[in-house]
Design a protein around this ligand. Sequence first.
Ligand code: ZN
Length: 203
Amino acid sequence: MKIFCIGRNYVDHAKELNNPVPKQPLVFSKYPTALLYKNKPFFYPDFSEDVHYEGEIVLKMCKNGKNIQERYGHTYFEEITMGIDFTARDVQKRCKEKGHPWEIAKAFNGSAPVGTFIEKSSLKDPNNISFQLSRNGEVVQTGQSNDMIFSFAHIIAHVSKYFLIGKGDLIFTGTPAGVGPTKIGDNFIGSIEGQDLLKCAVK
Ligand code: ZN
């Protein structure tokens, strides 16, 4: 299975990191070894001193496809959840400065906790999903899928131009503003429409 991620998909987040707002979705990937299921803890890696949390809506693909047209994009996923795109910001900064790939800053072991998946059809408005991430009981990120620069369907169409999308593949759809550093002892809860789907402790 593959894990696709979209960077800078919310204007406020692109601005908070002083990044330009992209004209096309910015795509990168993580490996299956990055996944943490069933509320497994995240172990703070020893190669970074500035790991950031990025709370994101995650889509699970329900069928295979390539060169998917945007108008059919919404038919390629039925389940969603919350995930965290843990990012070694200090490592990413060094990679960016050298023009190197971000991979070691983004795709490392355990960098992609995902919560319990729920049916998209169970949501009151699948076209405008509200979500949030809290850390130690305090809400640190809130988002609305309506505020995305690129819609879910647009992302799926774009990714499928380059990569065969497979049933079971995941797409992290980008983070809203409010990213920040984490430390050992933190406890995250990710929720969609008030349902707590993801719990992740940092150890
Ligand atoms: Zn992200």
